[in-house]
Design a protein. Structure first.
Length: 278
């Protein structure tokens, strides 16, 4: 619910099914202390009924045209009366609604409310439209500010998560490099993860699978590259200690690049989403 001030009159606005409905009761008080009579007099007007019927025909598939035709044919007769409740119940109209309670009264879709305001006073209608547009501009600015704040929060979490997970491989010590690894797979594991498959299993006794099952997409990409590079170095008869040292350096460089690319992609995706809301 929102309120705007128009010519020293407080006008209530409700959001119903993502549409703005403006209080006809508040608008009518600008003309009279008895808004019920003002609204009913407006609704018994033939031009009003034709406008309401056309609006409902365009936007309400459930609208009952036969009942509408009956009201239109009776409009203008001295005995003809029409209240919002009677219009809604007879035609299944959605452009006008009534609400009980503290903020109760008759509300209408903004299209209809502006039409009612012009009937009350052309001057009042123009001020109403001006204040309504001012309110929507403020809402748009607030949404933009909130979206930018969320973007900053997302960027912060992306950065801190990357740090906390320690995604970049550590540089191996001389002792680790010079150790003889019976399994070539462990050469790659040490280069990228800093531990052998057995060391990982010993450290995770309650987890099924192996360390590669829990690797990130970037780690799997890097691992695939290391396998190819290691195969080339084996064919060149490069000793295991030298290979693992070089593979470790390559793993560090590639993971830094992959994580940076992933970070940039996340930023671009978030900014594209942001543009959709602005």
């Amino acid at each position: 619910m929102a309120k705007i001030s128009v010519k020293e009159s407080e006008i209530t606005i409700l959001s119903i099914n993502e549409n703005d409905y403006i209080s006809l009761t508040d608008i009518a008080r600008y003309k009279s202390d008895d808004p019920y009579i003002v609204i009913n007099n407006w609704m018994r007007n033939r031009n009003t009924i034709e406008y309401l019927g056309m609006w409902e025909t365009l936007f309400n598939p459930a609208f009952k045209p036969i009942e509408f035709d009956r009201f239109k044919s009776e409009a203008g007769l001295n005995a003809f009366t029409l209240s919002p409740q009677k219009w809604i119940s007879s035609t299944d109209a959605i452009g006008i609604t009534t609400r009980p309670g503290r903020y109760g009264g008759t509300y209408a879709h903004k299209d209809i409310a502006f039409k009612f305001a012009s009937w009350i006073s052309v001057e009042f209608e123009l001020y109403l439209i001006k204040e309504f547009q001012r309110m929507k501009e403020q809402e748009s600015q607030l949404i933009g500010w909130s979206a930018k704040r969320e973007l900053a929060k997302i960027n912060y979490h992306i950065h801190t998560n990357a740090i906390s997970r320690n995604l970049i491989p550590t540089r191996l010590s001389s002792e680790q490099i010079n150790q003889i690894y019976a399994n070539e797979a462990d050469v790659l594991n040490m280069a990228l993860f800093g531990m052998t498959a057995k060391q990982w299993r010993d450290g995770h006794p309650d987890i099924k699978g192996n360390m590669r099952d829990y690797a990130t997409i970037n780690e799997l990409i890097c691992l695939s590259n290391l396998e190819n590079i290691n195969a080339i170095m084996i064919n060149d008869n490069i000793m295991q200690a030298e290979r693992i040292s070089k593979l470790n350096q390559i793993a560090i460089q590639q993971m830094q690049i992959l994580e940076l690319v992933g970070f940039i992609i996340n930023i671009v995706q978030v900014e594209l989403l942001l543009l959709l809301f602005l």
